[in-house]
Design a protein around this ligand. Structure first.
Ligand code: SF4
Length: 423
């Protein structure tokens, strides 16, 4: 069942006076089960919508949508499909109380994979889900493969019922679906020859597999440390070398590198990051693959930034980017005349091994900025908040900004925050 959460002004739904709370039941007689049904079935220029108003009355609307006129219906958030696995490296179960609600959800939802690029294992797909993926052409999907050997994959996912992934991908690929895939490396389980095998199997699927990322497992304080561990420098180096071999082969045979190591893989291996052109179209940048090179490109593409002579700007980030930031800040300083202070924050909530800025809690920024009044501006990583500007520990950006003694801005790439200058 799907329900109207809000109606945009100057839209078809506003013309129909569709009240908030209306249940959308069917389009042209087809039952609506979720937002996908609504988006795909209501995409026609004309359709019959059966709805139940909040007072219980059922109404049929004969809808015609002139070109370019929005329907204007915002739906209530969907029920998330829960994960059926129990990976040793999953930290959700052990999270402390008081964090952002969505962090406690172990989602494994092909719909969110299509819509937002969330990785899904596809282990909880029912025949009806497969039909929908094929009917609605939900492509590309983001798939956590981890290992193509069914026994090893079941062990990794701690799910004895996990179906074999290669036949699943083949079946979907035959219907035109493509995939971005990831392999999270658990040392001694899916690295070495298992990684070779997984990459070979995925490579054989050819065009439907658009990309593969190799990501070292990242553990937090709440992970099951007795069951798994992070890969060593040598293990990361070996995995990076394997990925490079497949990448070079793909470049020769297919014209693009296809498989990439995550930035963390190179950092942990003590290897330099590949240049920007290594990453092609940065298809998995949201997964930490090429994010440093992507950032550098965005800064360069922003063109001329305003002069910031005499200004002091604090740049707060996690330990992963902290290692790479001095080079970037030197470039920025030369371009603007501003003085940039790097403030590297260790993650005291999830533990120091969690190095991404995206998982820094709001309180870490609060502590770092406490007593600081000597900056003209402090830049915080935009990926640390959700769409409502809330950090994962439920601290809001507005609360943080109100308490800070220096102006704060969220920034993805510096240019977005600095192009308006610093007063
Ligand atoms: S697939 Fe594994 S890591 Fe992902 S949510 Fe499920 S149990 Fe956690």
């Amino acid at each position: 069942m799907i329900r109207v959460a809000s109606v945009a002004p100057d839209s078809i739904a506003a013309d129909l006076e569709l009240p908030v709370g209306t249940e959308l039941l069917s389009v042209n007689g087809r039952e609506l089960t979720d937002f996908l049904d609504w988006e795909f079935l209501a995409a026609d220029e004309a359709f019959l919508l059966l709805a139940r108003l909040p007072d219980g009355e059922s109404v049929e609307f004969d809808i015609e949508r002139p070109e370019g006129r929005p329907l204007g219906v915002q739906l209530e958030p969907p029920h998330i499909r829960r994960c059926a696995n129990r990976c040793d490296f999953c930290f959700v179960d052990g999270l402390p109380e008081g964090l952002r609600d969505t962090l406690y959800v172990r989602d494994d939802d092909y719909r969110l994979s299509f819509r937002y690029g969330n990785f899904a294992t596809l282990t909880n797909l029912k025949p009806r889900d497969v039909e929908r993926i094929l009917e609605y052409r939900l492509s590309p999907l983001y798939v956590s493969v981890h290992a193509t050997d069914p026994v090893i994959r079941r062990r990794l996912l701690r799910n004895p019922r996990a179906p074999a992934i290669i036949p699943q991908l083949q079946h979907l690929a035959a219907g035109g679906i493509q995939f971005h895939t990831q392999i999270v490396l658990q040392p001694g389980v899916n690295d070495g020859p298992v990684l070779e095998q997984s990459l070979s199997d995925l490579y054989r699927l050819a065009d439907p597999v658009l990309s593969v990322s190799v990501v070292p497992v990242g553990l937090t304080t709440f992970s099951q440390h007795d069951a798994t561990r992070e890969p060593t420098e040598a293990e990361c180096r070996s995995a990076a070398e394997t990925a490079h071999r497949f990448a070079e082969r793909a470049l020769v045979e297919r014209g693009h590198r296809w498989v990439h190591g995550a930035d963390e893989l190179y950092l942990n291996a003590g290897l330099p990051l590949p240049p920007a052109d290594w990453y092609g179209d940065f298809g998995q940048v949201e997964n930490g693959v090429g994010s440093v090179r992507f950032l550098e490109q965005r800064i360069a593409a922003a063109g001329e930034l305003p002069r910031l002579d005499g200004r002091r700007i604090g740049v707060l980030t996690g330990t992963a980017m902290g290692r790479l930031m001095p080079e970037v800040l030197q470039t920025l300083s030369q371009a603007t005349g501003g003085s940039f202070e790097l403030m590297v924050l260790e993650n005291d909530l999830f533990g120091p091994s969690v190095s991404t800025a995206a998982l820094l809690p709001g309180r870490a920024f609060q502590r770092a900025l406490a007593g600081r009044s000597d900056l003209d501006l402090a830049l915080l990583p935009a990926e640390a908040v959700n769409d409502d500007a809330v950090f994962l520990d439920d601290v809001t950006f507005d609360e943080l900004a109100a308490a800070a003694r220096v102006p704060l801005r969220l920034s993805h790439d510096f240019a977005d925050a600095l192009s308006v200058g610093v007063r």
